[in-house]
Ligand binder design. Sequence first.
Ligand code: 5GP
Length: 341
Amino acid sequence: NTSPSWWSYGELHAHLNGSVSFSTIEKLVARKPHLNIEHGMTAIRSGQRRTLDECFQVFKVIHQLVDTEEDILMVAKDVIREFAADGVKYLELRSTPRKEKTTGMTKRRYVETVIEAIRQCKNEGVDIEVRFLVAVDRRNGAEVAMETVKLAEDFMLSTGGLVVGLDLSGDPTVGHGRDFLPALQKAKNCGLKLSLHLSEVPSQADESELLLNIPPDRIGHGTFLHPEVGGSQSLVDKVRKHNTPLELCLTSNVKGQTVSSYSQHHFLYWYQMGHPSVICTDDKGVFCTDLSQEYQLAASTFNLSQEDMWTLSHKAIDCTFAPDLQQQLHQKWLELQPTLF
Ligand code: 5GP
């Protein structure tokens, strides 16, 4: 990886359990040898592709390995340190609170433990600001979504702003967005920012029409929103009307086969339009990448200059869910600005 890390200071779309690195997986496997899990089951290496369904199977394997508070603490701290080592200065992590009967882990303790990891990293002087989005897994249905919103609201109020938002994710082929509207609306009303995975697969146009009316504060992927890939001008117009930023994850989409090649990635469509687009990793562990590599890929695939990439990275600040930090981040980015152009 030869890309300069100054391209990539802000990560806005990172799922905690998808971001677990090889070295952390090794530590987890050593804790649970009886599971017989090999690295090939938790990561999709260079040149390999999987269907989206197979990608979701990978998360199930990782969840088996990460099922205690100790695991969550280690995983979250390792992930935060790794992003910092890659040069990331602002990280929004997201994760689905999980209850594990066998280990006694509750959803509340799950979130508390992630918050503890963020605080410990801060106290240890890791040079990165971290905020947390509580994730709703669409596979768990509307009732759980509503409970998750209540949990997120509690933590937003009790953590002094570390919990900033709600994410809607999980297998896009399961359920319909209309079922989540009450929960999402409630989240928005109580001040949580909304990042919704939208149009990740071609069949989601109806759902996207509905969810874009909320409107969300950011869109995850949005792969099939535009007309060239079976979306529609009406969807694009909605996104444009609210100037809703897109979180774009090149390697994830290519390895998960929702995009046929890097050059076909919808980044170009939105970037050429001047629409706010933020390059992100999605699942750096599962897809064997990191943020500087994603910036490098975007630059080489779309022939963007170092200045273009710098500007892209700088504009990401305006898309963060931490308005209280934006001025400080602008200052930091400018201090780190290279004198290459
Ligand atoms: P966790 O929430 O357990 O920290 O991270 C893994 C979970 O994030 C997965 O089980 C899935 O719900 C969600 N996730 C990770 N990557 C993707 C993705 O590319 N698309 C969608 N829709 N969900 C994802």
